[in-house]
Design a protein around this ligand. Structure first.
Ligand code: PLP
Length: 404
Protein backbone atom coordinates (compact mmCIF):
# COMPACT_ATOMS: atom_id res chain seq x y z
CA UNK A 1 0.00 0.00 0.00
CA UNK A 2 1.23 3.50 -0.85
CA UNK A 3 0.76 5.40 2.44
CA UNK A 4 0.80 8.77 0.71
CA UNK A 5 -2.36 7.91 -1.21
CA UNK A 6 -5.07 8.36 1.40
CA UNK A 7 -8.49 9.83 2.02
CA UNK A 8 -7.02 13.08 3.33
CA UNK A 9 -5.27 13.66 0.00
CA UNK A 10 -8.64 13.29 -1.73
CA UNK A 11 -9.86 16.46 -0.02
CA UNK A 12 -6.76 18.31 -1.14
CA UNK A 13 -6.60 17.31 -4.79
CA UNK A 14 -10.19 16.50 -5.80
CA UNK A 15 -12.96 18.94 -6.59
CA UNK A 16 -15.33 18.81 -3.59
CA UNK A 17 -18.51 17.63 -5.39
CA UNK A 18 -18.40 14.22 -3.68
CA UNK A 19 -18.14 13.21 -0.03
CA UNK A 20 -16.94 9.61 -0.26
CA UNK A 21 -16.52 7.26 2.68
CA UNK A 22 -13.30 7.36 4.70
CA UNK A 23 -12.68 3.78 3.51
CA UNK A 24 -10.68 3.30 0.30
CA UNK A 25 -11.31 -0.13 -1.23
CA UNK A 26 -8.33 -1.49 -3.11
CA UNK A 27 -9.45 -4.92 -4.29
CA UNK A 28 -12.67 -6.72 -5.14
CA UNK A 29 -13.63 -10.28 -5.98
CA UNK A 30 -17.20 -11.44 -6.53
CA UNK A 31 -19.29 -9.77 -3.83
CA UNK A 32 -16.40 -8.99 -1.51
CA UNK A 33 -14.21 -5.91 -1.20
CA UNK A 34 -11.03 -5.19 0.77
CA UNK A 35 -9.83 -1.77 1.93
CA UNK A 36 -6.33 -0.34 2.34
CA UNK A 37 -6.06 -1.91 5.79
CA UNK A 38 -7.11 -5.35 4.50
CA UNK A 39 -10.56 -5.25 6.12
CA UNK A 40 -13.17 -7.28 4.23
CA UNK A 41 -16.64 -6.06 3.27
CA UNK A 42 -19.70 -7.69 1.70
CA UNK A 43 -20.78 -5.56 -1.25
CA UNK A 44 -24.52 -4.82 -1.38
CA UNK A 45 -23.84 -1.54 -3.24
CA UNK A 46 -22.57 -3.06 -6.48
CA UNK A 47 -21.07 0.22 -7.68
CA UNK A 48 -24.64 1.68 -7.80
CA UNK A 49 -26.18 -1.15 -9.83
CA UNK A 50 -23.12 -1.36 -12.11
CA UNK A 51 -21.23 -4.46 -10.98
CA UNK A 52 -24.02 -6.85 -11.95
CA UNK A 53 -21.58 -9.77 -12.13
CA UNK A 54 -19.62 -8.77 -9.04
CA UNK A 55 -16.02 -7.59 -9.02
CA UNK A 56 -13.44 -8.93 -11.46
CA UNK A 57 -15.64 -11.63 -12.98
CA UNK A 58 -13.11 -14.05 -14.55
CA UNK A 59 -14.84 -14.09 -17.97
CA UNK A 60 -14.94 -10.29 -18.11
CA UNK A 61 -11.30 -10.07 -17.02
CA UNK A 62 -10.36 -12.54 -19.76
CA UNK A 63 -12.33 -10.62 -22.40
CA UNK A 64 -10.79 -7.30 -21.36
CA UNK A 65 -7.28 -8.78 -21.38
CA UNK A 66 -7.75 -10.32 -24.81
CA UNK A 67 -9.24 -7.17 -26.32
CA UNK A 68 -6.51 -5.04 -24.72
CA UNK A 69 -3.93 -6.97 -26.73
CA UNK A 70 -5.94 -6.67 -29.92
CA UNK A 71 -7.23 -3.11 -30.33
CA UNK A 72 -8.05 -0.28 -27.90
CA UNK A 73 -9.45 2.57 -29.90
CA UNK A 74 -10.09 3.76 -33.43
CA UNK A 75 -12.59 6.67 -33.34
CA UNK A 76 -15.75 6.66 -35.40
CA UNK A 77 -13.96 7.14 -38.68
CA UNK A 78 -13.62 3.33 -38.53
CA UNK A 79 -16.01 0.84 -37.03
CA UNK A 80 -14.90 -2.21 -35.07
CA UNK A 81 -16.00 -5.81 -34.60
CA UNK A 82 -16.96 -5.65 -30.88
CA UNK A 83 -19.28 -2.66 -31.50
CA UNK A 84 -21.11 -4.36 -34.37
CA UNK A 85 -21.32 -7.56 -32.34
CA UNK A 86 -22.75 -5.80 -29.26
CA UNK A 87 -25.27 -3.80 -31.31
CA UNK A 88 -26.54 -6.95 -32.97
CA UNK A 89 -26.84 -8.74 -29.60
CA UNK A 90 -28.82 -5.80 -28.17
CA UNK A 91 -31.19 -5.64 -31.13
CA UNK A 92 -31.77 -9.41 -31.00
CA UNK A 93 -32.55 -9.23 -27.28
CA UNK A 94 -34.96 -6.26 -27.39
CA UNK A 95 -37.60 -4.39 -29.43
CA UNK A 96 -34.84 -2.20 -30.87
CA UNK A 97 -33.48 -2.33 -34.40
CA UNK A 98 -30.57 0.09 -34.10
CA UNK A 99 -28.16 1.27 -31.42
CA UNK A 100 -26.09 4.39 -30.66
CA UNK A 101 -23.14 3.94 -28.27
CA UNK A 102 -21.80 6.48 -25.77
CA UNK A 103 -19.86 6.33 -22.52
CA UNK A 104 -22.33 6.92 -19.70
CA UNK A 105 -25.96 7.05 -18.73
CA UNK A 106 -26.27 10.80 -19.05
CA UNK A 107 -24.86 10.62 -22.56
CA UNK A 108 -27.26 7.82 -23.51
CA UNK A 109 -30.18 9.98 -22.30
CA UNK A 110 -28.75 13.12 -23.91
CA UNK A 111 -28.74 11.23 -27.22
CA UNK A 112 -32.29 9.95 -26.62
CA UNK A 113 -33.62 13.45 -25.91
CA UNK A 114 -31.78 15.01 -28.84
CA UNK A 115 -33.03 12.24 -31.12
CA UNK A 116 -36.62 12.79 -29.93
CA UNK A 117 -36.38 16.54 -30.62
CA UNK A 118 -34.87 15.91 -34.05
CA UNK A 119 -37.42 13.22 -34.95
CA UNK A 120 -40.32 15.49 -33.94
CA UNK A 121 -38.92 18.33 -36.00
CA UNK A 122 -38.30 16.10 -39.04
CA UNK A 123 -41.80 14.60 -38.98
CA UNK A 124 -44.11 17.14 -37.33
CA UNK A 125 -42.45 20.56 -37.58
CA UNK A 126 -40.55 22.95 -35.31
CA UNK A 127 -43.29 23.37 -32.67
CA UNK A 128 -43.28 19.85 -31.28
CA UNK A 129 -40.64 20.29 -28.59
CA UNK A 130 -42.08 19.62 -25.12
CA UNK A 131 -40.40 16.94 -23.04
CA UNK A 132 -42.45 15.48 -20.22
CA UNK A 133 -40.62 13.88 -17.29
CA UNK A 134 -41.64 12.92 -13.76
CA UNK A 135 -41.09 14.28 -10.26
CA UNK A 136 -38.16 12.66 -8.41
CA UNK A 137 -36.84 11.06 -11.59
CA UNK A 138 -33.13 10.96 -12.32
CA UNK A 139 -31.70 11.05 -15.82
CA UNK A 140 -28.07 12.18 -15.42
CA UNK A 141 -26.01 15.32 -14.85
CA UNK A 142 -25.47 17.00 -18.21
CA UNK A 143 -27.41 20.24 -18.37
CA UNK A 144 -30.16 18.76 -20.56
CA UNK A 145 -30.52 15.51 -18.58
CA UNK A 146 -30.32 17.17 -15.16
CA UNK A 147 -33.01 19.64 -16.19
CA UNK A 148 -35.10 16.73 -17.42
CA UNK A 149 -34.67 14.95 -14.07
CA UNK A 150 -37.31 15.65 -11.46
CA UNK A 151 -35.12 16.91 -8.60
CA UNK A 152 -34.91 20.72 -8.96
CA UNK A 153 -32.10 21.00 -6.39
CA UNK A 154 -29.70 19.39 -8.88
CA UNK A 155 -30.27 22.28 -11.32
CA UNK A 156 -29.77 25.10 -8.86
CA UNK A 157 -27.02 27.49 -9.87
CA UNK A 158 -26.76 26.23 -13.44
CA UNK A 159 -29.37 28.51 -15.01
CA UNK A 160 -30.25 29.33 -17.74
CA UNK A 161 -31.56 25.79 -18.26
CA UNK A 162 -32.70 24.10 -21.48
CA UNK A 163 -36.35 24.88 -22.14
CA UNK A 164 -39.73 23.25 -22.69
CA UNK A 165 -39.38 20.50 -20.09
CA UNK A 166 -42.45 19.70 -17.97
CA UNK A 167 -42.55 17.68 -14.75
CA UNK A 168 -45.58 15.71 -13.61
CA UNK A 169 -46.31 13.43 -10.65
CA UNK A 170 -45.22 9.80 -11.14
CA UNK A 171 -47.91 7.11 -11.41
CA UNK A 172 -50.57 9.79 -12.02
CA UNK A 173 -52.14 9.08 -15.39
CA UNK A 174 -54.77 11.80 -15.08
CA UNK A 175 -52.03 14.46 -14.74
CA UNK A 176 -50.36 13.25 -17.93
CA UNK A 177 -53.64 13.00 -19.79
CA UNK A 178 -54.36 16.61 -18.85
CA UNK A 179 -50.93 17.97 -19.86
CA UNK A 180 -49.85 15.94 -22.90
CA UNK A 181 -50.70 17.43 -26.28
CA UNK A 182 -49.62 17.45 -29.90
CA UNK A 183 -46.90 19.87 -28.76
CA UNK A 184 -45.32 17.04 -26.72
CA UNK A 185 -42.25 15.56 -28.38
CA UNK A 186 -41.37 12.86 -25.84
CA UNK A 187 -42.16 11.38 -22.45
CA UNK A 188 -39.17 10.03 -20.53
CA UNK A 189 -39.62 7.66 -17.62
CA UNK A 190 -37.79 5.17 -15.43
CA UNK A 191 -39.97 2.01 -15.24
CA UNK A 192 -38.68 1.78 -11.68
CA UNK A 193 -37.41 5.05 -10.18
CA UNK A 194 -33.97 4.27 -8.75
CA UNK A 195 -32.48 7.44 -7.24
CA UNK A 196 -36.06 8.43 -6.37
CA UNK A 197 -36.28 5.60 -3.82
CA UNK A 198 -37.08 2.36 -5.74
CA UNK A 199 -40.62 3.19 -6.82
CA UNK A 200 -42.05 0.97 -9.57
CA UNK A 201 -44.42 2.33 -12.19
CA UNK A 202 -47.84 0.71 -11.94
CA UNK A 203 -48.59 -1.46 -14.99
CA UNK A 204 -51.80 0.43 -15.78
CA UNK A 205 -49.95 3.73 -15.55
CA UNK A 206 -47.26 2.62 -18.01
CA UNK A 207 -49.86 1.19 -20.37
CA UNK A 208 -51.73 4.51 -20.20
CA UNK A 209 -48.53 6.49 -20.83
CA UNK A 210 -47.88 4.35 -23.91
CA UNK A 211 -51.39 4.91 -25.25
CA UNK A 212 -51.21 8.69 -24.69
CA UNK A 213 -47.80 8.92 -26.39
CA UNK A 214 -49.10 7.02 -29.39
CA UNK A 215 -52.21 9.20 -29.55
CA UNK A 216 -50.15 12.42 -29.58
CA UNK A 217 -47.23 11.18 -31.71
CA UNK A 218 -44.88 11.64 -28.76
CA UNK A 219 -41.95 9.25 -28.36
CA UNK A 220 -41.84 7.13 -25.22
CA UNK A 221 -38.33 6.94 -23.78
CA UNK A 222 -37.57 4.35 -21.09
CA UNK A 223 -34.52 5.20 -19.01
CA UNK A 224 -33.37 1.69 -18.06
CA UNK A 225 -29.90 2.75 -17.01
CA UNK A 226 -30.45 1.44 -13.49
CA UNK A 227 -33.23 -1.11 -14.12
CA UNK A 228 -31.72 -2.83 -17.16
CA UNK A 229 -29.26 -5.66 -17.68
CA UNK A 230 -31.07 -8.21 -15.53
CA UNK A 231 -31.56 -6.05 -12.44
CA UNK A 232 -35.36 -6.51 -12.43
CA UNK A 233 -35.25 -10.25 -13.14
CA UNK A 234 -35.69 -9.71 -16.91
CA UNK A 235 -33.07 -8.35 -19.27
CA UNK A 236 -34.88 -4.98 -19.29
CA UNK A 237 -37.71 -3.98 -16.95
CA UNK A 238 -40.03 -3.08 -19.86
CA UNK A 239 -40.15 -6.81 -20.58
CA UNK A 240 -42.06 -7.24 -17.28
CA UNK A 241 -44.76 -4.87 -18.56
CA UNK A 242 -46.93 -5.06 -21.67
CA UNK A 243 -45.38 -1.85 -22.89
CA UNK A 244 -42.78 -1.26 -25.57
CA UNK A 245 -40.95 2.08 -25.62
CA UNK A 246 -39.74 3.89 -28.75
CA UNK A 247 -36.31 4.58 -27.29
CA UNK A 248 -34.55 2.77 -24.44
CA UNK A 249 -31.35 3.83 -22.71
CA UNK A 250 -28.87 1.55 -21.00
CA UNK A 251 -25.58 2.14 -19.17
CA UNK A 252 -24.46 1.21 -15.62
CA UNK A 253 -24.48 -2.64 -15.72
CA UNK A 254 -24.15 -2.70 -19.51
CA UNK A 255 -20.36 -2.74 -19.13
CA UNK A 256 -20.43 -4.19 -15.59
CA UNK A 257 -17.93 -1.48 -14.58
CA UNK A 258 -16.36 -0.61 -17.91
CA UNK A 259 -17.89 2.74 -18.95
CA UNK A 260 -20.40 2.47 -21.79
CA UNK A 261 -23.89 3.78 -22.58
CA UNK A 262 -26.34 2.79 -25.30
CA UNK A 263 -29.43 4.35 -26.85
CA UNK A 264 -31.68 1.77 -28.49
CA UNK A 265 -34.46 2.55 -30.92
CA UNK A 266 -36.33 1.58 -34.06
CA UNK A 267 -35.05 2.12 -37.57
CA UNK A 268 -37.67 4.75 -38.43
CA UNK A 269 -36.73 6.92 -35.44
CA UNK A 270 -33.00 6.31 -35.84
CA UNK A 271 -33.19 7.76 -39.35
CA UNK A 272 -33.29 11.24 -37.83
CA UNK A 273 -29.69 10.79 -36.66
CA UNK A 274 -28.30 11.34 -40.15
CA UNK A 275 -24.54 11.52 -40.72
CA UNK A 276 -22.96 14.24 -38.61
CA UNK A 277 -26.01 15.07 -36.45
CA UNK A 278 -24.63 13.51 -33.25
CA UNK A 279 -21.48 11.75 -32.12
CA UNK A 280 -18.85 10.84 -29.55
CA UNK A 281 -15.11 10.19 -29.77
CA UNK A 282 -15.13 7.18 -27.47
CA UNK A 283 -18.67 5.92 -28.14
CA UNK A 284 -18.50 2.35 -29.44
CA UNK A 285 -14.92 1.95 -28.23
CA UNK A 286 -13.70 -1.66 -28.80
CA UNK A 287 -12.62 -2.25 -25.18
CA UNK A 288 -16.00 -1.14 -23.80
CA UNK A 289 -17.97 -3.01 -26.44
CA UNK A 290 -16.01 -6.24 -26.02
CA UNK A 291 -16.63 -6.25 -22.27
CA UNK A 292 -20.31 -5.29 -22.65
CA UNK A 293 -20.80 -7.97 -25.29
CA UNK A 294 -19.51 -10.63 -22.90
CA UNK A 295 -21.54 -9.14 -20.01
CA UNK A 296 -24.71 -9.25 -22.10
CA UNK A 297 -24.02 -12.84 -23.10
CA UNK A 298 -23.59 -13.84 -19.44
CA UNK A 299 -26.57 -11.85 -18.14
CA UNK A 300 -29.14 -12.62 -20.85
CA UNK A 301 -29.69 -16.13 -19.55
CA UNK A 302 -32.90 -17.63 -18.07
CA UNK A 303 -30.88 -19.37 -15.35
CA UNK A 304 -29.40 -16.04 -14.25
CA UNK A 305 -32.87 -14.41 -14.24
CA UNK A 306 -34.24 -17.29 -12.12
CA UNK A 307 -31.33 -16.71 -9.73
CA UNK A 308 -32.20 -13.00 -9.50
CA UNK A 309 -35.79 -13.90 -8.57
CA UNK A 310 -34.60 -16.45 -6.01
CA UNK A 311 -32.28 -13.87 -4.42
CA UNK A 312 -35.08 -11.30 -4.55
CA UNK A 313 -37.31 -13.60 -2.45
CA UNK A 314 -34.47 -14.27 -0.01
CA UNK A 315 -33.66 -10.57 0.41
CA UNK A 316 -37.34 -9.79 0.94
CA UNK A 317 -37.77 -12.46 3.61
CA UNK A 318 -34.39 -11.69 5.22
CA UNK A 319 -35.04 -7.96 5.41
CA UNK A 320 -38.63 -8.47 6.59
CA UNK A 321 -37.40 -10.71 9.41
CA UNK A 322 -34.75 -8.20 10.48
CA UNK A 323 -37.32 -5.47 10.44
CA UNK A 324 -39.76 -7.50 12.51
CA UNK A 325 -37.07 -7.78 15.18
CA UNK A 326 -35.51 -4.32 14.96
CA UNK A 327 -38.22 -2.27 13.26
CA UNK A 328 -36.62 0.71 11.50
CA UNK A 329 -38.39 0.47 8.14
CA UNK A 330 -41.94 1.41 7.22
CA UNK A 331 -41.66 -0.11 3.75
CA UNK A 332 -39.37 -2.63 2.04
CA UNK A 333 -39.55 -2.46 -1.75
CA UNK A 334 -37.85 -5.28 -3.63
CA UNK A 335 -37.89 -4.96 -7.43
CA UNK A 336 -35.66 -7.80 -8.58
CA UNK A 337 -32.32 -6.97 -6.97
CA UNK A 338 -33.05 -3.27 -6.70
CA UNK A 339 -34.07 -2.88 -3.09
CA UNK A 340 -35.27 0.14 -1.15
CA UNK A 341 -35.89 0.14 2.61
CA UNK A 342 -37.72 3.29 3.62
CA UNK A 343 -37.16 4.47 7.18
CA UNK A 344 -40.07 5.00 9.55
CA UNK A 345 -41.09 8.58 10.27
CA UNK A 346 -39.22 8.52 13.59
CA UNK A 347 -35.99 7.57 11.78
CA UNK A 348 -36.33 9.99 8.85
CA UNK A 349 -33.09 11.53 7.65
CA UNK A 350 -30.96 8.72 9.10
CA UNK A 351 -30.21 6.74 5.92
CA UNK A 352 -26.67 8.08 5.64
CA UNK A 353 -25.95 7.28 9.28
CA UNK A 354 -27.21 3.73 8.75
CA UNK A 355 -25.01 3.44 5.65
CA UNK A 356 -21.96 4.45 7.68
CA UNK A 357 -22.79 2.03 10.49
CA UNK A 358 -23.25 -0.75 7.93
CA UNK A 359 -19.80 -0.08 6.53
CA UNK A 360 -18.32 -0.23 10.05
CA UNK A 361 -20.00 -3.62 10.48
CA UNK A 362 -18.59 -4.85 7.15
CA UNK A 363 -21.31 -4.39 4.54
CA UNK A 364 -21.39 -1.73 1.82
CA UNK A 365 -24.86 -0.31 1.10
CA UNK A 366 -26.29 2.67 -0.78
CA UNK A 367 -28.88 5.28 -0.01
CA UNK A 368 -31.52 6.88 -2.24
CA UNK A 369 -32.23 10.23 -0.64
CA UNK A 370 -32.16 10.85 3.14
CA UNK A 371 -34.81 8.25 4.04
CA UNK A 372 -34.16 5.18 1.90
CA UNK A 373 -31.50 2.53 2.32
CA UNK A 374 -30.82 1.11 -1.14
CA UNK A 375 -29.24 -2.22 -2.08
CA UNK A 376 -28.11 -3.17 -5.57
CA UNK A 377 -25.95 -6.27 -5.08
CA UNK A 378 -24.38 -8.43 -7.76
CA UNK A 379 -27.01 -10.46 -9.61
CA UNK A 380 -24.98 -13.58 -8.83
CA UNK A 381 -24.08 -12.82 -5.21
CA UNK A 382 -23.28 -16.13 -3.50
CA UNK A 383 -25.90 -17.11 -0.91
CA UNK A 384 -23.41 -17.26 2.01
CA UNK A 385 -22.28 -13.68 1.19
CA UNK A 386 -25.90 -12.59 1.11
CA UNK A 387 -26.56 -14.03 4.55
CA UNK A 388 -23.36 -12.61 5.97
CA UNK A 389 -24.16 -9.16 4.59
CA UNK A 390 -27.66 -9.31 6.09
CA UNK A 391 -26.17 -10.23 9.48
CA UNK A 392 -23.83 -7.23 9.28
CA UNK A 393 -26.77 -5.05 8.29
CA UNK A 394 -28.74 -6.30 11.30
CA UNK A 395 -25.86 -5.24 13.56
CA UNK A 396 -25.86 -1.80 11.94
CA UNK A 397 -29.63 -1.47 12.38
CA UNK A 398 -29.27 -2.39 16.05
CA UNK A 399 -26.43 0.09 16.46
CA UNK A 400 -28.57 2.87 14.98
CA UNK A 401 -31.55 1.92 17.12
CA UNK A 402 -29.64 1.59 20.37
CA UNK A 403 -27.38 4.54 19.61
CA UNK A 404 -23.90 3.03 19.78
C1 PLP B 1 -27.22 6.50 -13.03
C2 PLP B 1 -28.37 6.94 -13.84
C3 PLP B 1 -28.22 7.86 -14.88
C4 PLP B 1 -26.91 8.57 -15.17
O1 PLP B 1 -25.89 7.70 -15.54
P1 PLP B 1 -24.38 8.25 -15.54
O2 PLP B 1 -23.59 7.08 -16.08
O3 PLP B 1 -24.04 8.60 -14.13
O4 PLP B 1 -24.32 9.43 -16.42
C5 PLP B 1 -29.33 8.16 -15.63
N1 PLP B 1 -30.53 7.60 -15.39
C6 PLP B 1 -30.70 6.70 -14.40
C7 PLP B 1 -32.05 6.09 -14.18
C8 PLP B 1 -29.64 6.35 -13.58
O5 PLP B 1 -29.83 5.49 -12.58
Amino acid sequence: MDKTINRKLFDEVMVPNYAPSQVIPVRGSGSRLWDQAGKEYIDFAGGIAVNALGHCHPELVKTLQEQSQQLWHLSNAWTNEPAIQLASQLTKATFAEQVYFSNSGAEANEAALKLARKYAKDHFGADKTEIIAFDNSFHGRTLFTVTTGGQPKYCEGYEPLPGDITHLPFNDLAALEYKISDHTCAVIIEPIQGEGGIIAAEPLFLEGVRALCTKHNALLIFDEIQTGMGRSGSLFAYQNYEVIPDILTSAKALGCGFPIGATLTTKVIAESFTVGTHGSTYGGNPLACAVASKALELINDPTLFAGVKQRQRMFLSGLTQLNQKIGLFRDIRVEGLLIGCELKISWQGKARELQKLAEEQGVMVLIAGPNVLRLAPSLIIPYPDMNKGLQHLAQAMLALKLGY
